[in-house]
Design a protein around this ligand. Structure first.
Ligand code: TC6
Length: 717
């Protein structure tokens, strides 16, 4: 776990060995503790070099160990102190990553030498924590308070070059880092005296005061204000500021006590558990499986080096950028000439002149590519035509994928020569920024096609999740009941402001109505017209608020009929200063419109609490999540949660909808749904689904045990 060798006559080389990222699990901590003691007492040893096996210094504490009430083995704080106090110089040789506890380990060394490609950082904030093993106290002493606070609050990876400028690294080199560190630990350069034996006090960060900061109170007040406005209810970023303030104002040992106390409040908190769950959910999608039994580890992806994107609207442009950035040569096809020229300018701007992209108005240009992403207008007839043409134009074996957000993949596949080569690649806007990719397999999609789309997603840096084929797949299918509840709440007396405030307080960056205004109300209107829910397809004489025997809210349709499409028209659920304006203001027109609407339909407005808003919107969405699981559309609750966190901005510190349900308690969610369904029997989405009932009947097992109940449940369907 921590290998000990004496090299170059007098240097103890300690190498952490715990693949894949050399996380500091109990055995590693034990190993470090013992080898440092050994180096200390070994008379042959005059200096120490600390490194990580296989090109990675250390990925930090072992996140899998968290959740244990008390971690076994020596504590990191104790090990780091032992190292800092060593009378022999200790040099960290940083290759790959030094993250979290890994960087704290490096900060407890007296010197740090990094490879030019190395990255360092404190990502703990993303896990609902902060660098609580001395990092919050040592880093500000080394690089100053503003730089330290920035690194700790953002959790970003700092490249070696920047780390050198900040003074976080003493040296950056291109050669073998361990060899360089060994040499460095023995002699500084021929003109300088040897390091070994030099007084090390100034290199013990715990002994150093924090560099002074002018206007410290104002600095921290401002920092706290900024963090509060961005944290969306997450506690960890606030704790980061408190801990760094401690470093700036307290002696080291007092700062360490504060750090310990703050960590104690976070370590087993619900938010920390949710954030750590998200860490693993993000990676769980890579181990995909299909109902046929095909799996990530048994299917090989086809090599892809060229791709075509068909349709260069907003989505098509973003997809082109994402593919080009992943190193593919891209043919961008748009049949409308003016749109093509505009797209070319926009894509070049986004790629800043880089990337290999060619443009064409002709589908024939896709003839030789390995993969196509169709991203035209959301219209089945148009897409079917394009798939038919692509099937004729493209070389045999080309993978045909669609960016549809709701339409039937299998119907598109049936227009082609090789239906097994068709899968969905559902990107989220803006496609070159949003991390989520839903890879949708139809009943005839081949495992190889799925493997290829999943691997391409990885190359693009996406969180890719393989899902089954149904209307809306996973994300949009679950979103439908959520949107529906929001509209019903308006009918019953709520305002867009009330609903949005409840959801934003929960942690969403934007409430549902602001979000609709941003994405355009006409998008859903068009879909509802296609579905015959509104417009000319509706049978004459049908009551306005009932469709297919269920409650229906025509509010969104009425808004569109008024030309209120959202931000793009300057008005929607809110008012904007101009078309395309971004700042939402309450609109007296809407208040009036809602009052008239309620009066017309005999609805009496009642007071609606934020709790009801949250429960109705979120429980309806969660209930659909259980249906998605029971239908086998998503393979696991982790996959659903990854979709919501990375595609729909569900707050990470709430862990995704299914994890949130497990934290609230499945029995309470069931009870809530029962209650609301009784009050609204004409809303089937509020009727608790059978999987949820069954889970509650099985004693509400923890989320990682749901799959056993799901399996039993599916076999009975
Ligand atoms: C004491 C309180 C203070 C807290 C201190 C801390 O240090 S908190 C920690 C602060 N540190 C961090 O937050 C760093 C977290 N890690 C990372 O950000 C990335 O892993 C990476 C950038 C190091 C490498 O990226 P990459 O794309 O090359 O690789 P990848 O991401 O695919 O991971 C490969 C496998 O390793 C697994 N695994 C990884 N790290 C840990 C871990 N610390 N632990 C356990 N497991 C970990 C990961 O799950 C995956 O397993 P799978 O799915 O194959 O079974």
């Amino acid at each position: 776990m921590a290998q000990y060798r004496v090299v170059s006559g007098s240097v103890a080389l300690i190498t952490i060995q715990n693949p894949p990222v050399n996380a500091l699990r109990a055995a590693v901590r034990e190993g470090l503790f013992n080898t440092i003691k050994r180096a200390s007492s070994d008379p042959q040893v005059r200096s120490v070099v600390l490194s990580g096996h296989n090109g990675t210094f250390c990925g930090g504490a072992d996140i899998k160990e968290f959740g244990n009430v008390s971690l076994p083995g020596p504590h990191l704080v104790e090990i780091f102190q032992l190292m800092e106090d060593l009378v022999k110089p200790v040099v960290a040789a940083i290759e790959g990553f030094a993250l979290g506890g890994g960087l704290e380990l490096a900060l407890a060394c007296h010197y740090r030498i990094g490879h030019s490609k190395a990255k360092v950082g404190f990502p703990e904030v993303n896990l609902g924590l902060f660098p609580g093993a001395g990092g919050s106290q040592r880093l500000p002493r080394l690089v100053g308070v503003p730089a330290a606070l920035d690194i700790i609050i953002t959790g970003r990876h700092v490249a070696a070059g920047e780390a050198l400028k900040l003074g976080l690294l003493d040296r950056v080199i291109d050669q073998n880092t361990v060899d360089a560190a060994v040499t460095f630990s023995k002699i500084q350069k021929c003109t300088s005296p040897p390091i070994s034996g030099k007084p090390l006090d100034n290199h013990r960060l715990g002994n150093r005061p924090c560099p002074p900061l002018e206007n410290m109170d104002a600095f921290f007040e401002e920092a706290m204000k900024r963090v509060h406005s961005r944290a969306r209810g997450a506690v960890a970023p606030i704790t980061c500021v408190q801990a760094v303030r401690g470093a700036a104002t307290l002696p080291f040992h007092k700062g360490m006590e504060l750090e310990k106390m703050l960590l104690g409040t976070l370590f087993n908190s619900a938010q920390a558990q949710a954030s750590q769950y998200c860490f693993f959910a993000e990676r769980a999608g890579a181990r995909w499986s299909m109902p046929s039994g095909a799996r990530w580890d048994t299917c090989k992806a086809k090599p892809i080096s060229t791709a075509a994107v068909i349709g260069l609207g907003t989505m098509g442009r973003g997809i082109t950028v994402a593919l080009a950035r992943a190193g593919l040569s891209v043919v961008a096809v748009e049949t409308q000439e003016h749109q093509l020229a505009e797209a070319q300018r926009a894509v070049s701007r986004m790629l800043k002149g880089g990337g290999r992209v060619s443009y064409s108005p002709d589908l024939q240009a896709a003839a030789e590519v390995d993969l196509v992403v169709e991203a035209v207008f959301e219209d089945m007839a148009i897409k079917e035509k394009i798939f038919k043409q692509l099937s004729e134009v493209c070389k045999p074996g080309t993978l045909l994928t669609t960016n549809t957000s709701t339409l039937d993949i299998d119907r598109l596949a049936s227009c082609t020569r090789d239906p097994q080569l068709v899968v969905g690649m559902h990107f989220f806007a803006p496609a070159h920024i949003m991390r989520l990719l839903e890879v949708v397999y139809g009943p005839r999609s081949s495992p190889e096609a799925v493997a290829t789309a999943m691997q391409l997603g990885k190359r693009m840096g996406k969180v890719s999740v393989a899902v089954g084929n149904c209307t809306g797949f996973v994300g949009n299918r679950m979103l439908k009941p959520y949107l529906e509840q929001a509209n019903f709440l308006l009918e019953e007396g709520a305002t867009p402001e009330l609903v949005d405030a409840a959801l934003e307080e929960f942690g969403f960056p934007m409430g549902v109505f602001k979000m609709s205004d941003l994405s355009g109300l006409d998008v859903g209107w068009r879909v509802r017209k296609e579905e015959g829910l509104t417009g000319p397809g509706v049978t004459a004489g049908q009551p306005m608020r009932i469709r297919h025997g269920r409650r229906y809210s025509p509010l969104g349709d009425l808004m569109c009929e008024e030309g209120r499409y959202g931000q793009k028209t300057g008005s929607g659920w809110y008012l904007y200063d101009k078309p395309g304006g971004r700042v939402a203001r309450s609109d007296p027109w809407l208040r009036n419109f809602l009052e008239q609407y309620r009066a017309r339909h005999g609805l009496v407005a009642r007071r609606i609490s934020q709790q009801e808003v949250l429960e109705r919107c979120l429980y309806a969405l969660i209930n659909e999540g259980f249906r998605v699981l029971e239908d086998g559309i998503a393979a696991s609750p982790q996959n659903i949660d990854a979709i919501y966190v990375f595609g729909y901005s569900w707050p990470k510190h709430r862990g995704g909808p299914m994890f949130y349900a497990s934290q609230v308690g499945l029995a309470r969610v069931l009870e809530g749904l029962n209650h609301y369904h009784q009050a609204h029997p004409d809303v089937p989405h509020l009727e608790p689904c059978s999987l949820l009932r069954r889970l509650v009947a099985s004693g509400s097992p923890p989320i990682n045990k749901w799959s056993e109940v799901v399996k039993g449940h599916r076999s009975q369907l």
